[in-house]
Design a protein around this ligand. Structure first.
Ligand SMILES: Cc1cc2nc3c(=O)[nH]c(=O)nc-3n(C[C@H](O)[C@H](O)[C@H](O)COP(=O)(O)O)c2cc1C
Length: 183
């Protein structure tokens, strides 16, 4: 059974991308035998880190917990809003917190916007950064445009069949990537 972490990146009050994280948590639990947990950056409420974890003298317990959850994950799904053509500072804060922990880690991206383009500018940046940090990424992704119309606040999609069909293509590739990472 795979252990999957979903990083929910928006820390904004009234955030909508978190609903996509809730959707994936349920979708994965319903369709696959996987341990799925949302690592919610709003709940963690991390400070802006001065340095990567390995250089921190006395890291807090929740920072160590976050690191251990990433290490224990067979794969990580990043759910990120697009802010001004990029991803939020809350997410960069935890990417740069770690280093070796990301190496060869299968990482999948779901970018989310209220506009028409599903956060595709944030997506290209995330692909580059995770390539740079030596994670294992792949081409399939799960952009969500007009998120306010697509999911309710419990993560229930407006069009379940269409959403599940699209999620399947994405998750199948993610699981192939995880499988390959074990060889
Ligand atoms: C600072 C900021 C910048 C934003 N920039 C964009 C943008 O460039 N393109 C876009 O489609 N939506 C943009 N949005 C809207 C978000 O995509 C929208 O809030 C969406 O629900 C995802 O973010 P959330 O999870 O924080 O709600 C922006 C929102 C904020 C707060």
């Amino acid at each position: 059974m795979y252990t999957i972490s979903i990083i929910s990146s928006s820390i904004r009050t009234g955030r909508k991308s978190h609903n996509v994280a809730l959707y994936f948590q349920k979708y994965l639990s319903d369709h696959f035998s996987a341990n799925v947990e949302i690592l919610d950056l709003k709940s963690y409420n991390f400070p802006l880190f001065e340095a990567p974890l390995k250089y921190q003298k006395s890291p807090s317990l929740d920072v160590l917990e976050f690191k251990n959850k990433i290490i224990a994950s067979d794969g990580v799904i990043i759910v990120s809003p697009e802010y001004n053509g990029s991803f939020p500072a809350s997410l960069k804060n935890v990417i740069d917190l770690l280093y070796e922990e990301w190496h060869r880690k299968p990482v999948a991206f779901s970018t989310v916007s209220s506009g028409d383009f599903g956060g595709l500018q944030a997506l290209t940046q995330l692909q580059f950064i995770f390539w740079k940090i030596r994670a294992w990424t792949f081409t399939a992704n799960f952009p969500v445009a007009k998120v306010q119309d697509k999911f309710d606040d419990y993560g229930v999609p407006t069009n379940k069949q269409e959403t599940d069909d699209f999620a399947k293509l994405f998750i199948d590739e993610f699981f192939e990537c995880i499988k390959s990472s074990k060889k």
